[in-house]
Design a protein around this ligand. Sequence first.
Ligand SMILES: [Zn+2]
Length: 454
Amino acid sequence: MNTMNKLKNVKYTNLLINNMTEEEIINYQEKLLQKQLKYVYRNSEFYRQKFNEAGALPEDIKSLMDYHKLPIFMNKAIERESQKESHKRFGHPFGMHLCSSPDDIAFTGTTSGTSGSPTFTYTFTKQDLNFLNNYISHMLEYGGVHSGDRLLFSHALGIYATSSILWGIRSHGVLPIDVDVRGGSKMILQYAQMTKPNAAMMTPSLALHLIDKARESGINVGDFGMQSIFTVGEIGIGIPEIKKKIENAYGCRVYDYLGELGFSCDSDDYYGIHCVAPDLCIFPNDIVDPETKKPIQINDGSIGEMIITELNLQALPRIRYATGDMVQVFTNECPGCGFKGKRIKVIGRTDDMLIIKGVNVYPSAIKRLISNFIPNVTGEIRIVLDTPPPRVTPPLRVKIEYGANVDESNLSDIEQRIKKVLHTEARVTPEIIWCAPGTLEKALTKTPLFEKMY
Ligand SMILES: [Zn+2]
């Protein structure tokens, strides 16, 4: 690795918070929360109604403990309903939970809408954007990306959530080379060669895909001379083999990030997203049981559904919003960099969850466990479903691509080892269907985990 930095300690974005104890951070969040709850109550009919339904007033919420007693205010389905209503009544798509004037919106970004109509979740005023830019700037600085640098930005561009990151990149004085991922790998590589970016932002699967595509054209991605790569979405670099493969090929450090909420550190091993933004979101101090939505006490290693409550944002703050993302929270100091705050790892989606003989199984956990067998496998898998989830009649059928250099006579041995790991770690005994390398289709954006036969 030619440009590796010395291991750096992750700090909170807001420097004031670095001097606070964990208890003081919670107190600070509670103050910001009280202010935000009063703000959304005054400015949105939707939130007023939610408080009324709960029989509470913002003034009643004095602590996080009080807050956790409130019901869930929103999820993706409720958000869509709220949008439908504002569209009908006021002619705008942002939802009844909009707290600012539609005139003051400076950016709107949607979720991709792969399942159902898109939601305008990432809608910000100019002030919101300026506030959020601090977190992007902090992350870029941590990754050694400075003013004057160029950054290859390859996501679906336009009205998508990731496009909001571009504001932060520019405000940091960095020039984004924004190449739409839909242009294909050839175009992305061409722009990378022409502009010699110091860093890149993309999904981990695209970073992997470009390594092979470049090689086919006689290009070595290591020659781009990148300083760092920031990946978002998917489990990706939480899998040691994938992190190592990207870092070795590009000759730089790869970081994983979760929007403005945090990023992983400069360590050879992956220790999750470091939650650097307690002044932006109550996250991760609010996790619930995905079935009952009852709060889960946070200890080192606790697992639950991530509930989002955004602080300080004006336009469309999410309040007690059930994300459907299952996370594991770590409270111990990071073994890699010494960060004292909380860290999280994304485990999967509540709606991907399968129930096999009463056991909850997360497909992404299966993928991660199987990926530990790279290079005996490629890491590409599909779970074959004959009926709609979550209930699966055993055995669970899993298609796995074996590695390019694997002799087929060794497959039964590898199969036994994989089955053993899945049995002990994920409590599932699958039927494995071997597939030749490269036969399971790879997507540049989000690779599906399921093959639906129903
Ligand atoms: Zn760390």
